[in-house]
Design a protein around this ligand. Structure first.
Ligand SMILES: NC(=O)C1=CN([C@@H]2O[C@H](COP(=O)(O)OP(=O)(O)OC[C@H]3O[C@@H](n4cnc5c(N)ncnc54)[C@H](O)[C@@H]3O)[C@@H](O)[C@H]2O)C=CC1
Ligand SMILES: C[N+](C)(C)CCCC(=O)O
Length: 518
């Protein structure tokens, strides 16, 4: 096999030693040479594996696997495998599909520690957070299992005893393309509603985080989906393009950056395919002086520092009413300085490593530019070098709070996708709503206040798809999630997602004779 010999120290082969993974894994030990594509119910190497990419452990900078990018032939085989499984799965009742999805949820729950560990090793986020991510995944599958049985149309009476009815039908083979910040979760958010509606899926994770999604594919098979219902192709731009252009792909659900989202939409336009786009953001978090300060501070930390700040819906523009600017800022800085950075597999770590060196450099570049434009670094922003020698090549930085910010600064306008919070004072509600909406993005927004009328008034005025009152960045799977404006369209989670993975057929039934015009 191609990978044998390329990675001399392949022990422990944790994927192979599954049940004991959680116990035996430590930062700096994991490697795998298992194939990372999944097709027709099994791990496979791509038939036309193109360029090889290194897969890294962000905590140490070590290569943990090699990725073979799938070519056009492999993508086609995955789509054909999905097409065959779709024939079986789409004919099953919602209740039958529900049982399989519930079993998948159960297995994820059972293997929570193992999956969270894989996620931490490949993404760099803390194990504490990864466990929460995995909990959201099984909850998502449970939720859509619950909805699968109630997918139904309407009956509409027409004159003379005639009637019509609608059927909610699956679309066919759906393509899922994901980013690297929530690898397993993004796949679940797409697969759960897609499969509940009777679709099949070919999923392409980010080439930076290819590892955990293959476990999801194995779990679906173990749970009893027809072989080929959920396939994984690995690769970057070219593989994604083959998938989007494939004539048998009926829908594309994409999570990633705005520029790629535009390309996805262009490709979808050529094939008249529906798309769901979950894109970037630069969301506002508005702190009024009548808030509960401790909650607002906690909310600001939640809004900025989960997953090293690599979160699309982060509230990175923190607008603070001037009256409490000093006390809020002091408290936020104090709490930010206390965040424990380091080995993400340690229980008490709360911030791990950023995804890779180029991204860390990019985030550092934003901070440098912010300083040049007049922002003041109130804390952090510099590289963090852990004491543990095995972590010395990891991609760490200290979470950063920027003061003295203005709306026209780059750090306030552009998505940084790193642990960088910008604090902006405001004086009136009217002013802050206008400034909050003055962005091309519209993914999320938040408000902290004890005045319920003001809270509802402000979120009603925010041009954003996901708004929080007195909290931030929690993810109940029952609630639809998605953006306004350049942050995309379509929704994941909640009942709404069922709309985006099904199509409506109308059947008009004549009970009398045909009255012809001719
Ligand atoms: N709204 C949301 O739910 C989320 C949005 N994001 C956004 O994603 C970005 C960071 O993620 P990245 O992986 O760097 O984004 P990206 O846009 O570079 O890549 C996302 C995915 O698209 C694939 N891809 C890239 N070019 C493609 C092409 N031409 N055709 C088909 N596929 C292609 C990549 O391989 C990857 O799997 C941030 O802007 C962030 O805001 C990230 C997570 C969630
Ligand atoms: C889970 N949550 C809400 C923190 C983030 C989900 C969206 C993303 O993939 O960035």
């Amino acid at each position: 096999m191609l990978l044998r010999g390329q990675l001399p120290n392949l022990l422990p082969r944790l994927c192979a030693l599954r049940p004991s993974l959680a116990m035996s894994s430590a930062t700096g030990t994991f490697t795998t040479d298992q194939p990372l594509n999944y097709r027709a119910g099994a791990r496979v190497q791509p038939v036309d594996g193109g360029p090889t990419e290194n897969v890294y452990e962000p905590a140490t900078g070590r290569v943990i696997s090699k990725l073979l990018c799938s070519g056009e032939k492999e993508v086609d085989l995955a789509v054909q495998s999905a097409k065959a499984a779709f024939k079986v799965w789409s004919q099953m009742s919602g209740m039958e599909r529900s049982r399989v999805l519930l079993e998948a949820a159960r297995i994820i729950r059972e293997q929570r520690e193992e999956i969270a560990t894989l996620e931490t090793i490949n993404n760099g986020k803390s194990i504490f957070e990864a466990r929460v991510d995995i909990d959201i995944c099984w909850q998502c599958l449970e939720y859509y299992a619950g909805l699968a049985g109630s997918l139904a149309g309407e009956h509409i009476q027409l004159p003379g005893g005639s009637f019509g009815y609608t059927r909610r039908e699956p679309l066919g083979v759906c393509a899922g393309i994901g980013a690297w910040n929530y690898p397993f979760q993004t796949a679940c958010w797409k697969a759960a509603p897609a499969l509940a509606c009777g679709n099949a899926m070919v999923y392409k994770p980010s080439p930076f985080t290819p590892i955990s999604v293959v476990r999801l594919a194995e779990i679906f098979t173990e749970a009893g989906v027809p072989k080929g219902l959920f396939n994984v192709v690995q690769g970057g731009v070219a593989t994604g393009q083959f998938l989007c252009h494939h004539p048998d792909v009926a829908k594309i659900s994409f999570t990633g950056s705005v520029p790629t989202g535009i390309k996805i939409m262009e490709m979808a336009a050529k094939g008249i395919k529906p798309v769901t786009l979950e894109l970037g953001g630069k969301s506002p978090l508005i702190i009024f002086s009548d808030c509960t300060l401790e909650n607002a501070v906690n909310g600001a930390l939640m809004a900025n520092f989960l997953t090293q700040g690599e979160v699309c819906c982060n509230g990175t523009r923190v607008f603070v009413e001037r009256k409490i600017l000093d006390v809020f800022t002091k408290e936020v800085v104090k709490r930010t300085q206390k965040i424990k950075i380091g080995d993400p597999l340690l229980e008490d770590t709360r911030m791990g490593a950023l995804i890779n060196r180029p991204h860390l450099d990019r985030v550092q570049g934003f901070i440098k530019q912010a300083k040049e434009q007049g922002a003041e670094v109130l804390c952090g922003g510099d590289l963090y070098v852990p004491d543990d020698p095995k972590l010395k090549n990891g991609y760490y930085m200290r979470p950063c709070v920027l003061g003295n910010c203005r709306d026209d600064m780059t750090c306030v306008k552009e998505e940084i996708f790193g642990p960088v919070m910008s604090i902006l004072p405001f004086d009136t509600e009217e002013e802050v709503v206008e400034r909050a909406n003055n962005t091309r993005f519209g993914l999320a927004g938040g408000v902290f206040t004890r005045d319920i009328q003001k809270a509802h008034r402000v979120v009603a005025a925010l041009k954003a798809g996901m708004c929080f009152i007195n909290n931030y960045n929690i993810s109940p799977v029952e609630l639809p999630f998605g953006g306004y404006k350049a942050s995309g369209f379509g929704r994941e989670n909640g009942r709404a997602a069922m709309e985006y993975y099904s199509q409506l057929k109308t059947v008009c039934v004549e009970m009398g004779d045909v009255e012809s015009v001719f």
